[in-house]
Design a protein around this ligand. Structure first.
Ligand code: G3I
Length: 386
């Protein structure tokens, strides 16, 4: 058995002299495949289609074996006006993935952000009742999941439902549009509707700040989500996975690999698959960083690299961690600079703005190359349950 596992993990071409070929020239997708892991990225469809930016497409194809739509599968993109669907960009990503032998993570079915204005305004002005809203959500999930039936590996069914300790009140609770209008039951409903529409897709709850447990008190978000998904499973709700987004910043302390592994293990002990779904590690862009001062840039690149590595090593060490997806792979196509402007933040991805690999790229590559038994074993596939 040990020999069999070692054989799987060391499936790197071996040169004539029986020394493994130098794997450092291999892609992230090839190196991940040795572990049964999928290395994914969020894809910006405008960049993918930009003929003046060929490197973007080339890297998506060559380095990644899983893709997630950064925006085009969100409700506002799919149904910008009521009843009129805009499938084009999402269809294109599905076709692209098929052509390039990539899995697709579907993102996202139920979220309080990027909802179409016709929906939120209709609810706010009273023309859409609560009963109708629930029916619209059922129809949305059913329509989207059925359209891509058999083509999506993992769906983010419910995204970012839990509050943060800095919200008011700091006791973690269900937040946002859906909980406010439909109550807590929308979460179980969403999973059931998604399962009915595609019984073969893995159904995930996805959220940020779930990398490790805190004090397991009322303001510990990871603990809250752990209890929530445990309850969902105990009630027979068809949930298959926990997506930990992995948006980190180098200005924070963050976690060590053992803390992160402990959290993944706790979720997988509930019978769930796990995945890192939106990894990036941003830094504050001080005037020194912006002026190119290496004294300020280098520690940030190193801290970013360390955090990428911590999340990947923990994922590798949890056999139920199926995929490690970065939320964009190059600093010229990252949500971070537009989102965090005061103070400005950036430097969050694996490649710089000219598509040069950064220290973090080499760190994750090294992690994939230099890991194996006994602590890193092949993934255990997850199949939809219930
Ligand atoms: O498409 C419009 C364009 O027509 C318009 O001219 C322009 C002007 O602002 O906006 C464009 O839409 C932007 C959209 O990205 C597409 O580029 C929105 O303003 C902008 O808010 C939106 O940001 C996205 C953000 O989600 C919004 O919630 C980011 O790209 C996307 O990376 C980010 O992704 C989320 C995940 O879905 C969930 N987890 C957190 C993650 C990061 O925030």
């Amino acid at each position: 058995m040990v020999a069999l596992l070692a054989g799987t993990l060391n499936a790197v071409p071996v040169s004539a002299g029986s020394t493994p070929a130098d794997p450092s020239d291999q892609s992230l997708r090839a190196l991940s495949a040795r572990h049964g892991l999928y290395f994914g990225t969020a894809v910006d469809m405008a960049a993918l289609d930009d003929a003046n930016d060929p490197q973007y497409r080339q890297l998506v194809q060559s380095q990644f074996n899983s893709v997630t739509a950064e925006n085009v599968m969100k409700w506002e993109s799919l149904e910008p006006t009521r009843g009129n669907y805009n499938w084009g960009p999402a269809d294109k990503l599905i076709e692209f993935a098929k052509k390039n032998n990539q899995k697709v993570r579907g993102h996202v079915l139920v979220w309080q952000n990027q909802l179409p204005p016709w929906l939120t305004e209709g609810v706010n002005n009273g023309t859409i009742s609560t009963t109708e809203l629930r029916e619209l959500l059922r129809k949305h999930i059913t329509t989207v999941v059925k359209r891509y039936k058999g083509k999506i590996w993992q769906w983010d069914v419910v995204n970012e439902a839990a509050s943060d300790p800095w919200d008011n009140p700091p006791t973690i609770h269900l937040k946002g549009f859906w909980a406010q209008h439909l109550g807590a039951g929308y979460i179980a409903d969403a999973f059931r509707w998604a399962r009915a529409a595609d019984p073969s897709a893995l159904l995930f709850y996805n959220d940020y700040n779930l990398e490790a447990f805190g004090d397991k008190g009322a303001s510990d978000k990871t603990w809250y989500v752990y209890k929530m998904v445990k309850q969902l499973r105990q009630s027979g709700v068809p949930i298959d996975g926990l997506g930990s987004q992995g948006h980190l910043g180098t200005q924070y302390g963050n976690y060590n690999v053992f803390q992160v592994k402990e959290a993944l293990d706790a979720f997988s002990d509930l019978g769930l698959a796990t995945a890192f779904t939106e990894v990036d590690v941003r830094s504050q862009m001080t005037p020194g960083v912006q002026a190119g001062d290496s004294n300020e840039i280098n520690p940030r690149l190193q801290a970013s690299s360390d955090n990428y590595s911590v999340l990947l090593q923990a994922c590798l060490a949890n056999r139920h961690c199926l995929s490690y997806t970065v939320w964009g792979f190059a600093d010229n196509h990252s949500w971070v600079p537009t989102w965090f402007s005061n103070p400005p933040e950036g430097l969050a991805t694996l490649y710089d703005e000219s598509y040069q690999p950064k220290r973090a790229f080499y760190a994750v590559k090294g992690d994939l190359i230099f890991s194996g038994p006994p602590y890193v074993q092949p993934r255990i596939p997850q199949h939809p349950k219930r």
